[in-house]
Design a binder for this molecule. Structure first.
Ligand SMILES: [Zn+2]
Ligand SMILES: [Zn+2]
Length: 178
């Protein structure tokens, strides 16, 4: 038994996390005091950050934009995770940075028309059809081509567009209605 410095209760040693720096190899506070303290701190920081954003909306927006520019892949992953969950699917994420994707694709341009404007991240095998968020399944599409694609699989579609011959009837339908 060991007395917790947090709640003052004597508890069996199994109620304490290990801590190599502690004299007895255990934390001074019991597990429940440790997690309560952790939650308190987290809430405090969240509240503090929220108050700051409210008081400094412009700087908060700037900060958000800068973070997005520096690490677009985090936004991509967040979006992918949300979409997959919305489709009742388990998100499969293999992290990669924008730089890695650009190198993998040989540049930053729309996979269909080659445009470098209004690019969006696209999952070749669509998220709705269980496509994973990994380097090999990602490409850039301009927002117009992305809208045309919708959630259809692009198997054959992009090659069709490039060669001017659209084989897949489903794909043709998608193109004419867009
Ligand atoms: Zn305690
Ligand atoms: Zn395009």
């Amino acid at each position: 038994m060991k007395t917790c410095t947090g709640c003052g209760e004597a508890k069996p040693t199994t109620e304490y996390h290990r801590d190599a720096t502690g004299r007895d190899g255990l934390r001074a506070r019991c597990k429940s005091c440790t997690s309560a303290r952790f939650a308190e701190k987290r809430d405090y920081h969240r509240e503090h950050a929220r108050a700051w954003r409210k008081a400094n909306p412009d700087r908060a927006r700037e900060q958000r934009q800068r973070r997005n520019e520096e690490a677009p892949h985090l936004r991509w992953e967040k979006h992918y995770r949300e979409s997959a969950r919305n489709h009742g699917l388990t998100p499969v994420i293999e992290t990669f940075t924008k730089q890695e994707l650009v190198e993998h694709l040989g540049g930053e341009f729309c996979a269909v028309c080659g445009s470098t404007e209004n690019l969006t991240l696209d999952h070749k095998h669509p998220i709705a059809a269980g496509g994973a968020h990994r380097l090999e399944n990602c490409q850039f599409l301009c927002s117009a081509d992305n809208t045309r694609k919708l959630t259809r699989s692009d198997r054959g579609w992009i090659t069709g567009v490039r060669s001017g011959v659209l084989v897949d009837p489903d794909v043709r339908k998608g193109l004419t209605t867009a």
